[in-house]
Design a protein around this ligand. Structure first.
Ligand code: SF4
Length: 313
């Protein structure tokens, strides 16, 4: 049997990793799915967790990545054929002109950054309704690069996930154990844990939490996640403006690869504007999006700890 523990660099998966070590989970394999859209602090933190794991007598965390270079090359060749006059063979209300296909072909180049390459390939960013990022960047790479090889070796795999019921209604309805068939089980050992239990698990084994929590983010993952709240986005823009610059450059690149010549990380809504820069401006406004809210902008915690978990108390 192999225990595959998915590690994201967030508090819940770190608590899960601590629990797996303390409970002596058999043949522990910790896996990190790198989306290429994480904050540098998260990469450092995963390295810190990996070192800790080695100190405990386990293998280091295995990093897995989705690779879209083959699909991008095929898509580019297809676009080049349309640019040369071949008829488009895909359905859709919007058709490529040869000029638009030539422009999209030029942008259709793999960078090796999984999140960006996936969006360039699809010509759009994921959204709450079309959330292809989790499956393409995390679920499939972990399955193909960690679970399947372990299954071939040991014939039985438990995939441990650090989800908790009190995070959302969807998670509250999840089962603690799911049999996926073929010798693979999903196990959720911390499903009933509270957030206090999670941080206690960190300190019980001497692990510090990811420092990003001190910067005001409530979730560690993509920076920013497509599901980020207004407050989180504001915290990111204030503390890590370079992440906003990076996303703005990505938007430009995905836009060039898209059929409609439009792409933004967050959906375009009336009153919010288009693109990450406009959304950050909107995040600085009070309800209704018209007036700047000075308390939000300057903030009583501008220089202090703004962790919503009070980690510096
Ligand atoms: S953290 Fe957010 S943006 Fe990243 S893969 Fe998950 S849902 Fe998508």
């Amino acid at each position: 049997m192999t225990t595959v523990v998915s590690v994201s660099g967030g508090k819940d998966s770190t608590a899960l990793l601590a629990f797996a070590v303390v409970s002596e989970a058999p043949d522990l394999l910790a896996v990190f799915a790198d989306t290429g859209h994480e904050h540098p602090e998260t990469y450092d933190y995963v390295a810190y967790l990996s070192d800790w794991l080695v100190d405990q007598g386990h293998s280091p965390i295995r990093t897995v990545r989705a690779d879209f270079s083959g699909k991008i090359a095929r898509r580019r060749a297809y676009l080049e054929r349309i640019a040369a006059g071949e008829a488009e063979n895909q359905r859709g209300a919007v058709r490529y002109t040869p000029e638009a296909a030539a422009r999209a072909a030029e942008a259709m180049v793999a960078t090796g950054i999984p999140f960006l390459d996936l969006c360039v390939l699809k010509g759009r960013f994921p959204s709450a309704d079309v959330r292809f990022c989790t499956s393409e960047l995390k679920v499939i790479p972990i399955y193909e690069q960690a679970i399947l090889p372990a299954l071939e070796e040991t014939g039985y795999v438990e995939s441990w996930q650090g989800v908790r019921a009190d995070e959302s209604r969807a998670r509250a309805s999840m089962a603690p154990v799911v049999d996926l068939g073929g010798g693979v089980f999903v196990v959720r050992p911390i499903l009933r844990w509270r957030v206090e239990d999670v941080f206690e698990a960190h300190s019980a084994v001497g692990l510090a939490p990811n420092p990003l929590y001190l910067g005001g983010v409530s979730r560690v993952g993509c920076m920013p996640c497509i599901m980020a709240r207004k407050d989180e986005l504001l915290a990111i823009a204030r503390r890590w403006p370079e992440e906003i610059d990076r996303v703005e450059a990505w938007e430009e690149r995905v836009k060039r690869a898209s059929k409609r010549q439009a792409a933004s990380l967050f959906p375009t809504c009336r009153g919010r504007g288009v693109g990450i820069r406009a959304i950050v401006g909107w995040a600085q406004t009070s309800r209704g999006g018209k007036q700047y809210d000075l308390e939000r902008l300057i903030g009583p915690h501008e220089t202090g700890c703004s962790s919503i978990y009070g980690l510096c108390e």
